[in-house]
Structures are given as structure tokens and as C-alpha cells.
Write a protein that binds this ligand. Structure first.
Ligand SMILES: Nc1ncnc2c1ncn2[C@@H]1O[C@H](COP(=O)(O)OP(=O)(O)OP(=O)(O)O)[C@@H](O)[C@H]1O
Ligand SMILES: [Mg+2]
Length: 453
């Protein structure tokens, strides 16, 4: 059985004859060797092994085990996940146990049976790989927070990274973006990434009449007003332990702004008609398409509330500024809607692609989503045309004097071409390279240089 491995085996043994013998009996593993602490550390740094077999008696004082323990400690410090198998003398139970307590994976007494050793190494590899895989899955899960979110635009990716970064903190986040840019998707992603146990609750401050909004937010006690037949929790209380999204916060009426400010400062609420202060632990996310600074200047938004909300401000770029995303999203939505409608997934005709690339997207992703839903229904022959989208293709090249720096021009053109090609081919590298007229490795190089994922 041959077992190809990415990470080699490190054999630490100062007796060169024995070292050779070990290497030979473990020849199905790719291995490197060392004969003292310094060379073990060097080889470890150079090769990042997954598994180490190690003699405890190392020079300069072969009869003491102190060098062996020193070595073990150093290797585990370099990679706490490495599996170290310690080779001890006969009847050396104490040192073997001490090594295990320090973090060694297993021990074997010398002389070692080659088959037992090979089996032990094999098992150590398997465990190491399982743990690596586990870690990889965990990392994947954490970036799956935005599972439904499609983007290859650097600005939008920066937004996602920022949200992942602030998620574990309690900081209040303000999402600023035009309508349909994904504020709710991002707020939900923030909640998912925060690992807060409570619920994600969203309330649209613009959609509820001022008279009802206070009891919607803070809840009310029985008899607080006519029709209040039983005590009812408000959204803030419902979100306790979780995340509260205050959507369209720019439209919050002035009297409620004062009450919200008090809540953000004191972190307690009083239900309408109630006397009792109820402590609430909730992460608040505000969102608005309004220009809050302008509303502050007009006296329609409290400046002190703004600064409470704006601990972290996230500016979401509009779709027209996201390079390649309209076409990329179109592919994704076409696939989703066609699957939902049990139809074959349509392709995008050339005139549709050109139209998508030049449209201004006043309604952003929501507009595009609706457009694709309609187009999937309207399309004939599994092909979506500009007409199916209700768009007209009108490509037009802009010229700008500031774009005369050759290097910048070249880089910007390259970036534009690569991202556009990747979007058109729905991320297919082979076809994107063909479209660009370069080899696949060249495209990878370009993507690397331009930092396109
Ligand atoms: N990057 C994206 N990838 C995939 N779907 C997206 C993306 N951004 C938004 N969407 C989808 O577009 C729609 C609009 O998004 P969302 O409701 O989050 O926008 P919004 O900024 O809250 O809009 P509004 O201001 O109108 O409330 C939703 O159906 C959402 O799932
Ligand atoms: Mg919204």
C-alpha cells in the first residue's frame, strides 16, 4: 500500500544506523531525519511534518532524557497539532507518561517492532488529517455566513470581511446603502456570524405608523390602552439575547429617537403602560438608505443617536459600482429560479450580457432579482435575451483624461476584463481564459496579481 502524504514524517534519532533502519521500515511515508534538537527544529520548520517519531535520549547527553523533552516541547510549540510518537527505553514507563502528559501522541518501547511502529504512524497520520479536515470545515462554515450572497466585487468582499470581523463584538453597526443593496442579508449574516444565541428580529421603522411603533418596539402591558387585552412583548424584548435590526432607522420619528437613545444608553426598556425596567441584552444593527448627516443638519435626526448607532459604519456599494456582479448575479438567479420552476437553466444571450453590464440598477440587487425571475418565465429556447429582461443593450465607451497613466490604465483594463470574463463564464476558469485569449496559468497569475479570488 502506498500512502502519499502532503506533510512528511520527521524521524529524530541520533544513532545513525537505527535512523536508517527506521527510515527503511517506514518507507511508505515520505520522511526527513534529524539527529539532535537543533536539527529537529530546523527540519520541522522547513517541512512542517504531520507526524514525528522521536528518541528521548538525544545528544549531547544521550543517557539523560532532558534533550528529548526539550525537543518535544519545542516541536509542540511550533505546531500543537503535530503527532509525536516517543521511543523510550525498556521499563521507562515514567518518562513515557511524562511525554504523554506534555502532549506526545503515543509511545513505544525500544526495540520497536517495525509493524507496530508503521501502524502507529499510520494511525497518527489519520488523526492528524481528520483534525485538519475538521478545522478546514469549521473555517468554511464561518465563511458560509453569507451563503446566499453572491459577489466578486472587491468593495463588496471588503464589506463581508468587515462584517465577519465585527460580528463577535457587541458593537452597534450601521448599514448604509441604497434600497435593494442587501442590507437585510448582511444584517442576518452579522447575526449568524456573531453566534449570539437569541433570535434575529427585524423591524421596519418606516412601515409602521408612528402611533403603533412605540408598542411594536417596546411592547405593552395589559390595559395600557384601549384594546390592550394582554401584555405583549415588543421587538426589542423578542430579540433579547440576539440581534435587533432597526431597518429604515432614518425614518424613526423624533419622539421615538429619544426613547431609542435611552434604551441604547441604559440597555433597559419599559413596556408601554408598565412601571418595571427590564434589562435587555441585544446587538443592535441600524440600516437606512437615507443620508443621515443631511437629516441631522435638517434637524430630523438626533446627532447623539447617530453616534450611538454608528459605532461601526458599513457603506454598501450600489450594484452599478460592483464590477462584474450584475452578470454574475444573473447567472446565480437564473439558476435558482429555473430550478425552483423546474425548468432547464437558461443561458444569457450576448445582448443580455451587454445590457446587464451597462444598466444603471436604481433598484440594485432586488431589481435584478425581479428582472431575472421575469426573464426565466419569459425566456424561450432556454436562452435569456435583453428583450426578456426588458432591457435594451446600449454599450458606450467613456473617455477620461485622468486615465492616461499607462500602467494604471493597463491594470484597470486587465482587472475589468478578468472580472467581466469570470462573470460571463460564471466563474469557469477554462472558459474565461479562452475568452481572454490567455492560458489558464496566465489567468491564475493575473488573478493573483490583481487579487481577484
Ligand atoms: N449579493 C447578493 N447575492 C444574492 N442575493 C442578494 C444579494 N444582495 C441582495 N440579495 C437579495 O436581494 C434582495 C434584496 O436584498 P435586501 O432585502 O437585503 O436589501 P435591502 O438593502 O435590505 O433593501 P431595502 O432597502 O429595499 O430594504 C433579497 O431578496 C436578497 O436576498
Ligand atoms: Mg431591507
Amino acid at each position: 500500500m502506498s500512502t502519499p502524504r502532503h506533510a512528511p514524517l520527521l524521524i529524530v534519532e541520533d544513532d545513525l544506523a537505527l535512523q536508517k533502519q527506521l527510515k527503511w521500515s517506514l518507507d511508505r511515508f515520505e520522511s526527513v531525519t534529524a539527529d539532535d534538537v537543533a536539527s529537529a527544529v530546523l527540519q520541522f520548520r522547513r517541512n512542517s511534518p504531520a507526524v514525528v517519531t522521536m528518541d528521548l535520549g538525544l545528544p549531547p547527553d544521550r543517557d539523560s532524557v532532558s534533550e528529548g523533552f526539550k525537543c518535544l516541547e519545542k516541536l509542540l510549540e511550533l505546531d500543537p497539532g503535530v503527532k509525536v510518537i516517543v521511543l523510550t527505553g525498556q521499563n521507562d514507563q515514567d518518562n513515557a507518561l511524562r511525554a504523554i502528559r506534555m502532549g506526545a501522541y503515543d509511545f513505544l518501547a525500544k526495540p520497536v517492532d517495525p509493524d507496530v511502529l508503521a501502524l502507529t504512524v499510520e494511525r497518527a497520520y489519520r488523526l492528524y488529517e481528520l483534525q485538519q479536515e475538521n478545522r478546514r470545515l469549521q473555517m468554511q462554515q464561518s465563511s458560509d455566513v453569507f451563503s446566499g450572497l453572491v459577489t466578486r466585487d472587491p468593495g463588496m468582499q471588503r464589506v463581508c470581511r468587515m462584517i465577519e470581523k465585527v460580528a463577535p463584538s457587541d458593537a452597534t453597526v450601521l448599514l448604509l446603502g441604497e434600497s435593494g443593496t442587501g442590507k437585510e442579508v448582511l444584517a442576518q449574516g452579522l447575526h449568524d456570524a456573531s453566534k449570539r444565541k437569541g433570535r434575529f428580529v427585524a423591524i421596519n421603522c418606516a412601515a409602521i405608523p408612528e402611533t403603533l411603533l412605540e408598542s411594536e418596539l417596546f411592547g405593552y402591558e395589559r390595559g395600557a390602552f384601549t384594546g390592550a387585552t394582554k401584555s405583549t412583548l415588543g421587538k426589542i424584548e423578542t430579540a433579547n439575547g440576539g440581534t435587533l435590526m432597526l431597518d429604515e432607522i432614518g425614518d424613526l420619528p423624533m419622539p421615538l429617537q429619544a426613547k431609542l437613545l435611552r434604551f441604547l444608553q441604559e440597555r433597559v426598556i419599559e413596556r408601554v403602560g408598565g412601571r418595571q425596567e427590564i434589562p435587555i441584552d441585544v446587538r443592535v444593527v441600524g440600516a437606512t438608505h437615507q443620508d443621515l448627516k443631511a437629516r441631522i443638519a435638517d434637524g430630523r435626526f438626533r446627532e447623539d443617536l447617530y453616534y450611538r448607532l454608528a459605532e461601526i459604519v458599513v457603506d454598501i456599494p450600489p450594484l452599478r459600482d460592483r464590477l462584474g456582479d450584475p452578470v454574475l448575479l444573473s447567472h446565480a438567479f437564473a439558476r435558482r429560479f429555473a430550478t425552483e420552476m423546474r425548468r432547464p437553466v437558461p443561458t444569457l444571450a450576448d445582448d443580455a450580457v451587454r445590457a446587464l453590464e451597462t444598466h444603471r440598477w436604481p433598484g440594485n440587487v432586488r431589481e435584478l432579482q425581479n428582472m431575472l425571475k421575469r426573464a426565466v418565465i419569459m425566456a424561450e429556447e432556454d436562452r435569456i435575451t435583453a428583450a426578456d429582461l426588458g432591457l435594451r443593450a446600449a454599450p458606450e465607451a467613456a473617455s477620461d483624461d485622468s486615465l492616461l497613466d499607462l500602467r494604471a490604465v493597463r491594470e484597470s483594463a486587465e482587472r475589468q476584463a478578468v472580472i467581466t470574463a469570470l462573470a460571463r463564464t460564471d466563474g469557469n476558469i477554462v472558459r474565461a481564459a479562452e475568452l481572454l485569449g490567455v492560458s489558464r496559468p496566465t489567468l491564475y497569475d493575473l488573478m493573483n496579481r490583481l487579487q481577484i479570488k
